[in-house]
Write a protein that binds this ligand. Sequence first.
Ligand SMILES: C[S@@+](CC[C@H](N)C(=O)[O-])C[C@H]1O[C@@H](n2cnc3c(N)ncnc32)[C@H](O)[C@@H]1O
Length: 246
Amino acid sequence: MDVYDTIGATYATTRRPDPRIGARVAAALGDASSVVNVGAGAGSYEPPQTVLAVEPSAVMIRQRPARAAPVVQARAEALPLATGAADAVMALLTVHHWADLAAGVAELRRVARRRVVVLTWDAPVFRSFWLVREYLPQAVAFDETRAVPVERLAALLGGARVEPVPVPHDCVDGFAAAYWRRPAAYLDPAVRAGISMLAQTGEDALRPGLHRLAEDLRAGRWQEEHPDLLDREEFDAGYRLVVADL
Ligand SMILES: C[S@@+](CC[C@H](N)C(=O)[O-])C[C@H]1O[C@@H](n2cnc3c(N)ncnc32)[C@H](O)[C@@H]1O
């Protein structure tokens, strides 16, 4: 069974595409007139020129809107597509889940005629995000077992440019750092269920840190410790677009 068949049941409720991040993805895809979306999940950020989505989890496939691109149930490591099948291939917030990164990236390069666009995160930057540094070190310890070093990804892609993707303070896509200025959101089990780092670390390991966060918010300590965050519009938590021209 795929991991997302277990943790993905409510994905589409908290993981809606954020338009500002969508604009960054669209800019990275440039003038590609055909796109394959690998690790497509429920279809977030899929541009209209998407010709095929590839996704291993049936639970995720069921959450794709009726108007979304056609989808095939398969994995990045063995794409059921011809060489050079699309102008561009994109893989967003998915490479850390792949069993064989090198095989998956080789497949992205084989299927893309011109460009590969990957959205990932830089673990050394993410590690300093207040949630994991101050409250949930167990979660970041788990996260770093699967994090893909940006330099390794760029090397596997045969060279790539790396673009920071700051997170807006009201980000509508509820990924791990989306609520950097809305700390109470992490106390909501529905929010945590949509963040694989937290869902896979497990509630028992998270409980003490979440309890402390709740207490600090109630007492105003979190607010006292983070005055710099409260008037910021966006925050660099380490998310990166890695863009390779082939
Ligand atoms: C965090 S979700 C991201 C989904 C979508 N790209 C988005 O941005 O909302 C990660 C997705 O990667 C998929 N995935 C896991 N292993 C995979 C693999 N080996 N090949 C392709 N996709 C995979 C999961 O099933 C899940 O749908």
